[in-house]
Design a protein around this ligand. Structure first.
Ligand SMILES: [Zn+2]
Ligand SMILES: [Zn+2]
Length: 258
């Protein structure tokens, strides 16, 4: 008999199953991820690894003796191990009762023969517990990285924030996804038609208004190295800065500035 997925997503189930195909796949993906991340979690819980990879040089002298376990991580590990052993005993996986069988081995056993789990009457309960633990573990071993400001949004002028390793950021003003290169390029396109002239400090201010950080000292050094021409009165054209800024923006992303 087919019916609707017990996970309430409105999808149909196959004969003899309570979860739809997508939910079954998700359950198996979460089991696989628990298998991959349980060892990193255990290392963090027992403080053999740090999620930030900091303080590993052995020189820092802690003011107090640290607790040998990180309690929240250890608790998460124990909950996962308990659930996976219950699952293994219930569905009679190989070496289920052996205390030396690791959690990773139990997830592999569950994935090797998922049918008993997927066709049991309380599959939704297992699904919810497994997804909860998997998500807790994933956050514990992959803490969010601090985001950086890429620059001003060409659309609304808001700040575009992004992951330091990513090409796309998100504008805090309009919510638009903006490529970090586009932040610089579109702003530079606006500057190139500008007829503003000024001293290095004035041009630096003008760039700042457009969302590009360029210190006056850098502009001065470009002038003294002959890369930028100033008029007899010591004034510079903003539009002439653009090729240098573009080169600098590109260096900033992929290469080191020379
Ligand atoms: Zn479903
Ligand atoms: Zn915006």
């Amino acid at each position: 008999m087919t019916g609707r997925c017990v996970n309430n997503d409105g999808a149909d189930t196959s004969i003899g199953r309570l979860l739809c195909h997508d939910c079954e796949q998700r359950l198996q993906d979460h089991l696989a991820r628990i298998g991959e991340e349980i060892t990193p979690l255990l290392l963090i819980a027992t403080k053999q690894a740090s999620v930030n990879m900091q303080g590993g040089d052995g020189h820092a002298a802690p003011a107090e003796a640290p607790s040998p376990l990180r309690d929240d991580m250890w608790e998460l590990y124990c909950q996962t191990e308990r659930l996976m052993r219950q699952l293994a005993v219930r569905f009679d996986y190989q070496r289920a009762a052996d205390p030396d069988t690791t959690v990773a081995a139990l997830t592999r056993a569950a994935l090797a023969d998922p049918d008993p789990l997927l066709s049991c009457g309380d599959v939704l309960g297992w699904y919810e517990d497994i997804v909860d633990l998997s998500e807790g573990i994933h956050i514990a071993v992959n803490p969010a990285k601090p985001r950086i400001a890429f620059g001003a949004c060409p659309g609304c002028g808001g700040v575009v924030w992004g992951d330091p390793d990513e090409q796309d950021g998100e504008c805090a003003g309009c919510g638009e996804r903006v490529n970090r290169r586009a932040v610089a390029d579109r702003l530079l396109a606006r500057l190139i038609v500008s007829e503003v002239r000024g001293t290095p400090a004035e041009l630096s201010d003008e760039c700042a208004k457009a969302g590009i950080r360029i210190p006056a000292s850098t502009i001065r050094s470009w002038t003294s190295r002959g890369r930028l021409r100033c008029d007899a009165d010591g004034m510079l054209n903003l539009s002439e800065l653009v090729p240098l800024l573009r080169r600098r923006a590109n260096y900033g992303i992929q290469e080191r500035p020379s």
